[in-house]
Design a protein around this ligand. Structure first.
Ligand code: IMP
Ligand code: MG
Length: 184
């Protein structure tokens, strides 16, 4: 991006607010799951959130193992039967494990309902889900998350791992794009 034409982002959740909410989420997770959990972060969007959350889980007395899964949605986005596929699978065995699935944002619910079903089919003992943001108005499944950071209005948000065309993941806050700049 050119220095003279920087994008303008309106902050929705500032980094301090996010950090405080993550400490609360970790306490809630510790109270309802045992100390021996397998965290599965869904790539790419959740990597920033997951990195902060696992350190908060450490403060809350949890010793998680960490693995990663990349998922993609295919098909016409206007059709409600959008298909989710695994593009990078986990390595750790899940049979009998207490699993915490982490993602950036819950919208239709297809991604997490697919991932949860897949892990249960592989014999997971328990699957709980944790999202930074919940766009409740956009749900097309009956999926509901166990732990949610913040409600998200029905607007496209970026930052803190969330992207627009692969840009903006590095922003330490979550915000709306007011003006995109020349190259993003
Ligand atoms: P769904 O719940 O299956 O619809 O999946 C939500 C996925 O869509 C998230 O993991 C994001 O990758 C993406 N997504 C949805 N809303 C936004 C947004 O406002 N900004 C960036 N990515 C989004
Ligand atoms: Mg995603």
């Amino acid at each position: 991006m050119n220095a003279g034409d920087k994008p303008e982002i309106e902050v929705l959740y500032a980094s301090g607010e996010i950090a405080k909410r993550i400490e609360e989420l970790a306490e809630d997770i510790a109270a309802s799951m045992g100390p021996d959990i397998l965290v599965i972060a869904i790539l790419k969007g959740s990597f920033v959130f997951a990195a902060d959350l696992i350190r908060a889980l450490h403060h809350a007395g949890i010793n998680p193992q960490i693995d990663f899964m990349a998922l993609s949605s295919y098909g016409d986005k206007t059709v409600s039967s959008g298909n989710v596929v695994i593009t990078r699978d986990i390595v750790d065995p899940v049979a009998g494990r207490q699993i915490l699935l982490i993602d950036d944002i819950l919208e239709s619910g297809r991604t997490l309902s697919f991932a949860t079903g897949e892990l249960i089919a592989r014999g997971a003992g328990m699957v709980k889900t944790c999202l930074m943001l919940d766009k409740k108005g956009k749900r097309v499944t009956d999926f509901e998350a166990d732990f949610v950071g913040f409600d998200c209005p029905d607007r496209f948000v970026v930052g803190y791992g969330l992207d627009y065309a692969h840009y903006f993941r590095e922003l330490p806050y979550i915000g709306y794009i007011v003006r995109r700049g020349t190259e993003a």
